[in-house]
Design a protein around this ligand. Structure first.
Ligand code: SAM
Length: 264
């Protein structure tokens, strides 16, 4: 079959890399794994050497049929035919589930943001993404790559930047390097009840990356100039700062203050 670029199909051809990802994922006997986009089963095969159960979601019709045949005598593998973005992640993830995937580039960030919304979150998320996306996800405060994506994920996960995988390990070869990263849930994540206001504040701040918060946060629905100084006081944030200068905890304070202001 011809690989379909529209489905981000770059298949791992180096079994050593599949083994390395499986080892880095920390999956062991007794674990349940969610794999997104099993493709031709390179990573699935490596994970089956240790995992007790794998649920694998594949969108491609041809590959789904191929996988069914390839793993027909493997009772530990449940294949799901569908678009992962159409599925309710919380039905695929139970407490303790580890997510492992070589993600299709075109949907990688959307999938990871969905995974961050599951409560409780997966025990670990080990994913291969474009190197540039990995750099955005793992960027420290103040870094040029520190972005809304970094902050939204930081409220839930700690990021281990893992390792780089070059184009030659795939068929067809992608034009860019990839990186395998590991996301581990924080001990004290942002509570789900605070997520909505947090998201609003983060997205509004980064919508105008070069502006000071005192300018960009005026774009928040319900925030007047007076509201802005209340926000600064309640959250104890210097509004002369720019979005990349705030930690996720500071955004959490802004989110709580914002909620307080618009509900009072
Ligand atoms: N895991 C395989 C490997 O490492 O060789 C394949 C990885 S390939 C980068 C991405 C896989 O995700 C492909 O098999 C593709 O068909 C599948 N895929 C693409 N979009 C998807 C979606 N929305 N839902 C589920 N699977 C998808």
């Amino acid at each position: 079959m011809r690989p379909k670029p529209s489905l981000g199909q770059n298949f791992l051809k180096n079994p050593g890399i599949a083994e390395k990802i499986a080892a880095f994922s920390g999956v062991e006997q007794g674990d349940t794994v969610l794999e997104i986009g099993p493709g031709k089963g390179a990573l699935t095969g490596a994970l089956l050497k240790v995992a007790s159960r794998i649920v694998a979601v594949e969108k491609d019709d041809e590959l789904f049929e191929l996988l069914k045949k390839q793993f027909s005598d493997e009772p530990r593998l449940t294949l799901v035919h569908g678009d992962v973005l159409d599925l309710d992640m919380s039905t695929l993830i139970s407490p303790g589930t580890k997510v492992v995937a070589n993600l299709p580039y075109n949907i990688a960030t959307r999938v990871i943001l969905r995974l961050a919304e599951v409560s409780p979150p997966p025990a670990t998320v080990v994913v291969m993404v474009q190197k540039e996306v990995a750099e955005r996800i793992c960027a420290p405060v103040g870094h040029s790559e520190y972005s809304a994506l970094t902050v939204l994920l930081s409220g839930v996960f700690l990021c281990d930047p893992g390792f780089v995988v070059g184009p030659k390990n795939f068929f067809p070869e992608p034009k860019v390097d990839s990186r395998v990263i590991r996301l581990v849930p924080r001990q004290n994540p942002l509570p789900p009840s605070e997520r909505e206001a947090y998201q609003r504040v983060v997205l509004c701040s980064f919508a105008q990356r070069r502006k000071m918060l005192r300018n960009s946060l005026l774009g928040l629905p319900g925030i007047t100039k007076q509201g802005l100084s209340d926000l600064a006081r309640l959250a104890d944030i210097d509004m002369q700062k720019r979005p990349q200068d705030l930690s996720w905890e500071e955004y959490a304070r802004l989110g709580r203050a914002y909620r307080q202001i618009i509900t009072s």
